[in-house]
Design a protein around this ligand. Structure first.
Ligand code: ZN
Ligand code: ZN
Ligand code: FE
Length: 761
């Protein structure tokens, strides 16, 4: 009989995702012999049988792969038949370098949910039900290879029923490492704010749902940490949560039971619905419906809500029991890291809550919810964390040595680059708060251990005062200092698999420049290794230094002084804040740090428009200004223009004429949204004009839009349209955040490129 044997090598995220049982079932169904096993490169298969059966297996490996698998490559070679009398087997893993990616944490699958809902099932209402297609991964694994003893499930001994599932290659739970049930797995416990247990199991669950219905505030242990949860429909309760958490206005995420309920809160288009239902279960930003049944205090003054669907059986059970939308926000005091350890949760969250819903499955590494938006048919991650980290980014080049990149300071992430991939950590938080520094160190350790990376070089920001830069300087490793906005551009290059050169428009809050001033309105010519400043926003004084970030009225005084002179700035200052005089004095004398940051210009315009003189969270004023602008269709926006001029080697964008228009229009009683729209047109147009001129001079056809300011959908639209008319290709961020959460990836790219230049392969 005609027989063929093939060796198939599969790489990518193929371990801990049910790949081997999938291959086993496929081979059994097709009547083939051979084996499948995990090793340090991924999955190795040898399969033998009639050639058409072998070919069918090779094809269906890809087309029918399990939902969590991310296949990077499949290579096939024909080898000599071995007889294959023992049928098909799953053989033990072989050791070696743990270079195989660990899966992301995955939302409860439909099959598990059906069991949880089924009164006849042995897992009916069990809050920790999971299988190879779903459940925690990244947050419970301590080391690799990913096996039960290497996870925080090590202490739980499987009961005979769970063990049978775990050992049966034909079962959905074959080698599902967190496999558990009521008899053998983690237990839900309801605690008082003092940490004392009050109920467990089913009683804990009903106690928690009753409390939420009664308007209590609870801490709830999830996958990557604790949430603070409460009834999202009650303004009184949500306001009380704000008071206790010390959070003024920053919007809260809302968890709803189903996509049908989500549709009563927000206008959901196809891409938003798809994201909401994806097993990654991010928080999805979507336009809020005017009649949305949620409290005003959930997202004060914002046209969008952040929604997510339940992603653990516990969430499903809570939502079903409470039967109304719940606020689900990170379990922390403002600016602190999210609590993920039980003792820490009692001491830090106990004082904030009425009850704590906990369990005894430890969370090894914290991981906040991811935040994503689908705008204009494009997905954009604003926070890349649970469900996305640690999925590697494949790149079309090789790092000559393993690189650790330590990121920036706000929205910190770290990344490692090795071979042809980069992997970024979960969201760590703002490192200006020392409490987050330990979380930063843990992220570095976790990532390096899981991916078997022993860094041979470190990449960091140019800013000498960032804690991450200081950390890098203390390592005894060759160091690559990467300019902040170059890193932003490089991060975007990496996700598009590009080398450059490109023109990069990098607009953000602040970043340390080559000249020691604070940049953030930059037009760069950059490739992976090098970067040159080709244009920028006109620099202005930041009166009082970085304190001006929290007080946009200071930037208003400074910008109006620069654009219209002292008399106009005095009028604006008097209107906005009683401390205007010393601020105007600093601006008029040109005293203090100067900045070209576009984010600070947004602050100034928002303050001049009377939106707000102070912000309570990053970019608040800019977000509100954009929200106003979006009420005015672009054809109805004033076609204001900034001045673009040449100064020496660079182009300068001077918005002075726009500020003249802004003030005149406000004085003439024009609606603020029209002014906001005109400002977006002017800044976007100027950015496109400079980018196009730089591109023409350097004979470059592609422009990258990056930096936190490009979370602004309206500005992105204006710039993209203008660049398109100029015949340029535009690259925007998708899977990698445009904000500082993407900086570590960009640093890794630049360091790898520079290391390649100094050590040619
Ligand atoms: Zn499942
Ligand atoms: Zn069990
Ligand atoms: Fe930045």
């Amino acid at each position: 009989m005609d027989r063929e044997r093939r060796r198939v090598r599969v790489t990518g995220t193929v371990q801990g995702v049910g790949f081997r049982p999938f291959v086993y079932r496929l081979a059994s169904e097709l009547g083939l012999a051979g084996f499948v096993r995990n090793d340090s490169s991924g999955v190795l298969i040898e399969v033998e049988g009639p050639p058409d059966g072998v070919a069918a297996l090779c094809e269906r490996l890809v087309t029918d792969a399990p939902p969590l698998a991310r296949i990077a490559s499949v290579s096939v070679s024909v080898i000599a038949p071995a007889g294959g009398r023992d049928g098909f087997r799953i053989v033990e893993s072989t050791g070696g370098l743990p270079s195989v990616p660990v899966s992301v944490d995955v939302a409860t699958c439909a099959a598990c949910l059906a069991e949880v809902d089924d009164p006849a099932d042995r897992r009916h209402r069990y809050p920790f039900t999971n299988c190879t297609d779903c459940g925690p991964r990244y947050t419970i694994v301590r080391s690799v290879p990913y096996d039960r003893p290497a996870t925080t499930m090590a202490a739980f001994t499987m009961c005979p029923d769970c063990r049978r599932e775990y050992d049966d290659p034909a079962d959905r739970r074959f080698h599902a490492q967190p496999n558990a049930c009521w008899r053998c797995g983690p237990t839900l416990v309801l605690r008082g704010p003092d940490g004392v247990a009050r109920a467990s199991g089913e009683e804990a669950l009903t106690g928690a749902t009753d409390a939420l219905r009664a308007g209590r505030i609870l801490a709830v242990k999830g996958i990557g940490g604790y949430h603070l949860a409460c009834d999202a429909t009650s303004d009184t309760v949500v306001r009380e949560l704000r008071r206790r958490k010390g959070r003024d206005d920053k919007p809260f995420a809302v968890m709803v039971a189903s996509v049908e309920v989500a549709a009563t809160l927000c206008n959901l288009d196809g891409p938003a619905t798809h994201l909401l239902c994806s097993p990654r279960r991010p928080i999805v930003l979507a336009p809020r419906r005017p009649d949305a049944p949620v409290a005003h205090a959930v997202a004060p003054g914002l046209p969008e809500l952040g929604l997510m669907l339940p992603y653990t059986p516990l969430h499903h059970l809570l939502l079903a029991g409470v039967n109304r939308p719940l606020v689900m926000t990170s379990g922390n005091l403002t600016d602190e890291p999210i609590a993920h350890e039980d003792d820490d949760a009692v001491s830090r969250l106990g004082p904030l809550v009425d009850l704590i819903v906990s369990h005894d499955r430890p969370i090894h590494i914290r991981c906040d919810d991811s935040v994503v938006r689908a705008a204009g048919g494009r997905l954009q991650l604003l926070r890349r964390s649970r469900g996305y980290a640690p999925e590697p980014l494949r790149v079309p080049w090789r790092a000559p040595l393993p690189v650790l990149a330590v990121g920036a300071e706000l929205k910190s992430t770290v990344a490692v680059a090795r071979d042809d991939w980069i992997v970024a950590s979960h969201h760590i938080g703002d490192l200006e708060h020392l409490a987050n520094f330990r979380a930063f160190e843990q992220a570095v350790e976790h990532l390096c251990r899981l991916f078997g990376v022993e860094p041979a070089a470190v990449a960091c920001d140019l800013h000498p005062e960032y804690l991450s830069t200081k950390y890098a300087a203390d390592l005894d490793l060759p160091r690559f200092d990467v300019q902040h906005h170059h890193a932003h551009v490089a991060a975007c290059l990496a996700e598009h698999g590009q080398d450059g050169p490109v023109v990069g428009v990098a607009f953000d809050g602040l970043g340390y420049g080559d000249d020691g001033t604070l940049w953030g309105g930059e037009v760069l010519v950059a490739d992976r290794a090098a970067c040159r400043r080709a244009g920028h926003l006109r620099p202005v004084v930041m009166p009082g230094g970085v304190g001006a970030i929290r007080e946009p009225w200071r930037m208003a005084v400074s910008w109006v002084q620069a654009a219209l002179g002292t008399a106009a700035a005095e009028r604006v200052g008097r209107r906005l804040d009683e401390r205007w005089r010393p601020v105007l004095d600093l601006a008029a004398r040109g005293a203090g740090p100067v900045t070209t940051a576009a984010g600070r210009l947004f602050d100034a315009v928002a303050a001049v428009c009377g939106l707000r003189s102070r912000v309570t969270y990053e970019a608040q004023a800019a977000i509100e200004l954009e929200a106003l602008a979006r009420r005015v269709p672009r054809p109805r926006a004033p076609a204001w223009r900034a001045e673009v001029r040449r100064e020496g080697e660079v182009w300068v964008i001077d918005p002075a004429p726009v500020l003249v228009e802004v003030l005149a229009s406000l004085e003439a009683g024009e609606p603020v949204e029209v002014v906001a729209a005109g400002f977006h047109e002017a800044l976007g147009h100027a950015a496109a004009v400079v980018a196009a001129r730089v591109a023409a001079a350097a004979q470059i056809g592609t422009v990258v839009l990056t930096g936190g300011v490009f979370q602004n959908v309206r500005l992105t639209e204006v710039v993209t349209d203008a660049l398109g008319e100029a015949g340029l290709r535009v690259l925007c961020h998708g899977e990698v955040p445009p904000n500082d959460g993407g900086i570590s990836i960009g640093q890794a790219v630049v360091a790898a490129a520079r290391a390649s230049a100094s050590h040619p392969a």
